[in-house]
Design a protein around this ligand. Structure first.
Ligand SMILES: [Zn+2]
Length: 275
């Protein structure tokens, strides 16, 4: 939004206030999925203070903000906005349940392949780097772009699915798997800043993270080549890596995880229908 448009917007809001009616609802708009795994982009007055469940949200200079809901989020969330003139908007959001694909497999032999202590220590260290990158809250409104497919291929794994083996629930799958041959070009689904670029993590192999701003980030794993480095600003559609089958995989594919801080979101919902 340009400065003049912002001024005009504020003037319009002031004239509403002059009528003497609280029209706070008009000053906050939300778009996206208010549901488990959903990402929501909001727009309000520049300079407002916004919080979700008490957590302050960063605002862009033109009043945009973003939040998301984890795979198993609480049923309700509270959004609070305090406008520059001191008036407030308080609203409860009903977070829609998502039905996940649950697969039960019983009668498996009770034999498990477990990493040894050295490998476990390495996994913990490497996960720590991913967690640290997810915690960043940087400026930039790339999160509001219309996301594009990072690679074209068959969807081989969906968000939120879970397997229950011999009655024991395994960690849910919290990303989107796209089956593509090793060496397929991976393109940034939205712009951002590269926040992690590691060629060889134990579980995730070649691992790349892009920070889309305001706590929204993408992780791509099992890559065979990474063409960018930490701190690089990438444009939407830019080639950033080649897909592979590195780390612990059963076959070549790229796994795309989307986060709002530590909340796991469904990338598929941000994408257009596959062509
Ligand atoms: Zn996956």
């Amino acid at each position: 939004m340009t400065y003049l448009r912002a001024v005009a917007g504020v003037a319009a809001l002031l004239s509403v206030a002059a009528v003497g009616v609280a029209r706070a609802a008009d000053k906050v708009s939300l778009s996206g999925d208010i549901s488990e795994g959903g990402l929501v982009v909001g727009q309000t007055e520049p300079g407002a203070k916004v919080s979700l469940d008490g957590r302050p949200l960063r605002l862009t200079p033109d009043g945009m903000f973003v939040f998301g809901f984890n795979r198993d989020a609480e049923k309700t969330a509270t959004l609070d906005v305090t406008f520059p003139d001191g008036t407030t908007d308080h609203r409860m959001l009903d977070v829609t349940r998502t039905k996940y694909k649950i697969q039960r497999i019983d009668g498996l032999p009770e034999k498990m392949v477990s990493p040894n202590p050295q490998q476990l220590a390495r996994i913990k260290r490497e996960n720590g780097q991913i967690i640290k990158a997810r915690e960043a809250d940087i400026d930039g409104s790339w999160f509001a772009q219309k996301f594009i497919w990072p690679a074209k291929g068959r969807i081989s794994g969906i968000f939120g699915s879970q397997r229950i083996l011999n009655g024991k629930p395994r960690a849910p799958h919290t990303g989107l798997d796209i089956a593509v041959p090793v060496g397929t070009e991976l393109r940034a689904p939205a712009g951002g800043v590269v926040s992690l670029a590691q060629p060889d993590f134990y579980l995730t192999g070649g691992t790349l993270m892009i920070d889309h701003g305001h706590g929204v980030s993408s992780v791509f794993i099992h890559l065979s080549e990474i063409d960018v480095k930490v701190g690089d600003v990438v444009k939407q559609g830019q080639k950033v890596a080649l897909t592979g089958a590195t780390g612990r995989v059963t076959g070549p594919h790229v796994h795309w995880g989307l986060y709002w801080f530590d909340n796991r979101l469904d990338p598929r919902r941000l994408l257009p229908a596959p062509k």
